[in-house]
Ligand binder design. Structure first.
Ligand code: GRG
Length: 296
């Protein structure tokens, strides 16, 4: 399997689908529509929806089955980035190499574009019932795990813990708490949604959970490493911003070399979590390994 071709094909499919789900002309106020599109199409890697599809494929089901839920995860991710960039939070001018939503459309519109993307996500998940005749109970469970991953016990909880930790000395335990929620919880939800829609039982769900835990950790460590060593052009934001903002990161606590070894260990554990799955889980294994070589 050629991972880069796989990722490119999936990204293209997701982009086409995202376009369909976003409000069309005349179906929402034009400025809001434009702001939502600005951020959704600013060039993300589409990792979360790709994981949703790959989880379904690992279960032996098609990727099409989970496309609405996959798009929902990208809408939630995009909303979180829009709000994270606001002056009240990280106050960033650039995201994915482009001016942030509030820089182009103003703060009020950016807040509302984020709100509209978050709510659109749940509207879209319910579409799965129509396109693939998934049972109402399964849809309700998918809504529950996605809402919980995105909410107070997940991403939003991690974000506030991160804001509260600003300017304070942060130990390794607190950093893990922040990252497993702020970043990891949405990856978990993406995998869980794909697995549930594809009919995963308790034991398969727990394997995906183990994979997701370690994947989230490896993603965060490599994200922190890229902030130190990465190329500003490629990562789409100024390199060195974590140090400038006095953020606790893996390199700041463990040093670069040890951080890289920790990322390798997490990737190995993520791959190991999938040992019960046959060949069709290969994309998930390769996506985890790819974290170690990514440049953005
Ligand atoms: C505002 C509720 C709320 C939450 C914000 C996602 C987030 C929580 C903050 C973003 C800050 C940040 C850079 C976190 C590190 C991990 C992360 C989410 C990186 C961006 O994800 P990628 O690399 O982004 O998947 P692309 O651009 O490829 O979609």
């Amino acid at each position: 399997m050629q991972l880069l071709t796989y990722l490119e094909e999936r990204k293209k499919l997701i982009d086409e689908e995202l376009d369909q789900y976003l409000p069309q002309h005349g179906h929402a106020p034009e400025r809001l529509r434009e702001a939502m599109r600005h951020s959704v199409f600013a060039g993300g890697k589409r990792l979360r929806p790709i994981l949703t599809m790959a989880a379904s494929e690992a279960m032996g089901k098609g990727k099409e089955l989970v496309l609405p839920a996959a798009c929902a995860l990208e809408f939630i991710h995009t909303y979180s980035l829009i709000h994270d960039d606001l002056p009240a939070m990280d106050d960033d001018d650039l995201r994915r190499g482009k001016p942030t939503c509030h820089k182009v459309y103003g703060e009020a519109t950016a807040i509302l574009a984020g709100d509209a993307l978050l709510t659109l996500a749940f509207e879209v998940i319910s579409n799965n019932r129509m396109i693939a005749h998934i049972s109402g109970d399964t849809i309700a469970e998918v809504v529950r795990i996605v809402a919980s991953g995105a909410g107070a016990a997940g991403m939003v909880g991690g974000q506030i813990a991160d804001l509260e930790a600003e300017g304070q000395p942060v130990d390794a335990e607190t950093m893990l708490y922040i990252h497993s929620r702020k970043t990891g919880a949405l990856f978990q939800a993406a995998l869980g949604a794909g697995a549930l829609l594809a009919g995963a039982d308790e034991s398969a769900l727990s394997a995906f959970k183990r994979y997701g835990d370690q994947f989230g950790l490896a993603f965060q460590i490599t994200d922190d490493i890229l902030d130190v060593e990465g190329d500003t052009e490629l990562i789409g934001k100024p390199a060195g911003s974590d140090e400038k903002n006095a953020k606790a990161t893996y390199p700041s606590i463990y040093g670069l070399e040890q951080s890289y070894r920790m990322a390798e260990e997490s990737v190995a554990q993520a791959v190991d979590a999938l040992r019960v799955f046959p060949e069709r889980a290969e994309p998930l294994r390769q996506i985890a390994r790819y974290l170690l070589t990514r440049s953005f």
